[in-house]
Design a protein around this ligand. Structure first.
Ligand code: HEM
Length: 177
């Protein structure tokens, strides 16, 4: 066996805090938007199961609207996320940035598939393909959300850090000896 290094390529000079470009007064916009598609699409299997259990078409219609809302707000969040990915060079160096991007595109494609499936007849669409789609999209939301969380909480993307004490002691400078 040769001794090739098969570990993931990780940038050596990563910054502990990487400012987001798409932000309002140091508050990144993408994290403000993602709770909506995450909540809508992860509720989708529940409305499908509620319809299958109770037989009330209200739940099938609710599922259609959750699916539409998840797709529309997911696209809005993805546009802002993509602008950050394009504009923040350090973000593009992370493997999890590209994994997050691919997982997010899969979420949006599955959400679009669900709208196409449910729109003509929301109740008829639920079993079996609606449920397959909702379970799959909810699973992919977990994957995409987890990888997005790695970007924010592990790699510090969208974090407005402070300068190190050594570089700029500021008001916290220890009293002169
Ligand atoms: C397809 C295009 C997308 C790109 C390029 C993208 C890119 C990014 C980037 C660069 C971050 C780091 C934080 C920031 O810069 O604001 C991030 C965080 C995150 N993204 Fe995305 N994203 C995309 C779509 C999505 C979608 C569709 C979801 C959810 C369904 C999502 C969920 C998240 C989450 C949960 C975080 C962590 C945010 C937090 O701190 O709470 N992203 N994404």
């Amino acid at each position: 066996m040769d001794d090739k290094d098969l570990s993931q390529p990780v940038a050596t000079d990563r910054a502990p805090a990487v400012e987001s470009v798409m932000a309002i007064a140091k508050h990144p916009i993408h994290p403000m938007l993602v709770p909506f598609p995450i909540a809508f699409l992860s509720m989708l299997p529940l409305t499908d199961l509620a319809y299958l259990w109770l037989g009330d078409p209200f739940w099938a219609r609710a599922g259609l609207w959750l699916n539409i809302g998840g797709l529309v707000l997911g696209v809005v969040a993805a546009i802002v996320g993509t602008l950050d990915l394009v504009l923040v060079r350090v973000a593009r160096r992370h493997v999890s940035a590209w994994s997050h991007f691919i997982a997010a595109v899969m979420v949006l494609a599955l959400a679009a598939l669900g709208v196409w499936l449910r729109l003509p007849d929301p109740a008829a669409a639920v079993w079996p393909w609606g449920l397959v789609q909702s379970m799959t999209v909810a699973g992919m939301v977990v994957v995409a959300g987890w990888l997005g969380g790695s970007l924010s909480f592990h790699h510090g993307i969208g974090v407005y850090g402070h300068t190190k004490l050594d570089d700029d002691p500021g008001d916290d400078a220890p009293p002169a000896a």
